[in-house]
Ligand binder design. Structure first.
Ligand code: XMP
Length: 326
């Protein structure tokens, strides 16, 4: 019988068997998946676990603070935040190709973890050599879409599966590998993970890096972060969070169009709103958002974000389009 309780019991036993007395590191992204994976591992091996949040600079507004405030407050988990913004920006400089971006972000991410591992080993002293496990919140659809499932095509290199380098120095602990998103949420609730985190909409590991079409720069990230914060705020205000699976905001950074503001010509960038409804992200339909909400989002973004002079709506289902643009 599938129940959250059974999954927890099974996974706790499996995690204990896999890691024994060793120390474990968890990649805490702030999303549902890594939070539930961390809570499971904490239940299994307690303070053998250290969570690491890599601040890659590709997060949305306020997210790092939310991890520190909500998750740590609720779970008491040991969290280390590493500020690696410059490292990621440097690695992504000049890169526009989606798969190359994904691979760079995945590679740097693991390298940062190897640094974190080294630091934790140094602190652990003589038991340090036992730090060799890395927890990841990989879900079943991630496994399938990265070509891990039988007969599946490699559609995108998912950050937490296909983007891993060959010289990986960790053994992976992936307690959510057989679960779909709604199942992960049920497990999270059963584990007492705060509702704010459990019901959070999905956000990709490579973050805003794959929502900027074109090269990723600090300036473009700032632009997208402002537009994204406005869209999220208005969707929440309109009470639509439960209805949409997620709503990526995508910056077409290499596209410009002519606009007019006051008596002046503008030559700015478009952003795309991509609201989708889905059960498991394998397929999706575009969400028919109320026109008034779309109008408010559009007006606010073009008024408040100087560089954006056009807001467009993505009305494509998955398939043929994917949810994210890259
Ligand atoms: P696509 O764009 O493939 O996205 O339709 C399906 C779901 O997966 C999320 N996504 C990711 N999640 N690492 C993740 O953890 C990734 O690299 C990644 N890429 C896409 C996406 O937001 C959607 O919910």
């Amino acid at each position: 019988d599938w129940t959250p309780g059974n999954v927890i019991a099974e996974q706790v036993a499996a995690i204990r068997a896999q890691v024994g007395d060793a120390r474990v590191i968890c990649a805490l992204s702030g999303g549902v998946d890594s939070a539930v994976a961390a809570a499971l591992v904490q239940k299994a091996v307690g303070d053998q676990l250290t969570c690491v949040h890599v601040d890659h600079g590709l997060m949305r507004e306020g997210e790092v603070e939310q991890i520190e405030r909500d998750f740590v407050a609720a779970t008491g988990v040991n969290l280390v935040v590493r500020d690696e913004k410059k490292r990621f920006l440097d690695a992504l400089a000049g890169v526009s190709d989606p798969e190359t971006k994904r691979k760079i972000i995945g590679r740097e991410f693991i390298r940062v973890f190897e640094d974190a591992q080294r630091d934790i080993i140094a602190e652990a002293g003589e038991h340090g050599e036992e730090v060799r496990f890395l927890v990841q919140g990989t879900l079943y659809p991630d496994v399938v879409e990265s070509g891990g499932g039988e007969g599946a095509a490699n559609i995108k290199s998912h950050h937490n599966v296909g983007g891993l380098p060959e010289d990986l120095k960790f053994e992976l602990v992936e307690p959510l590998r057989t679960l779909f998103k709604d199942e992960v949420r049920a497990v999270g609730r059963e584990l007492g993970v705060p509702e704010e985190i459990v019901s959070r909409q999905p956000f990709p590991g490579p973050g805003l890096g794959i929502r900027i079409i074109g090269e990723v720069t600090a300036e473009r990230l700032d632009i997208l972060r402002k537009a994204d914060a406005i869209a999220r705020e208005e969707l929440t205000k309109a009470g639509l969070d439960g209805e949409i699976w997620q709503c990526p905001v995508v910056l077409l950074a290499d596209v410009r169009s002519v606009g007019v503001q006051g008596d002046g010509r503008t030559y700015g960038h478009p952003v795309v709103l991509r609201p989708v409804s889905s059960e498991d992200a394998m397929t999706a339909d575009w969400t028919r958002l109320p026109y008034e909400v779309l109008a408010t989002i559009s007006t606010r973004i073009t008024n408040e974000v100087r560089e954006i002079n056009r807001v467009v709506l993505d009305v494509t289902s998955k398939p043929p389009a994917t949810i994210e643009w890259e």
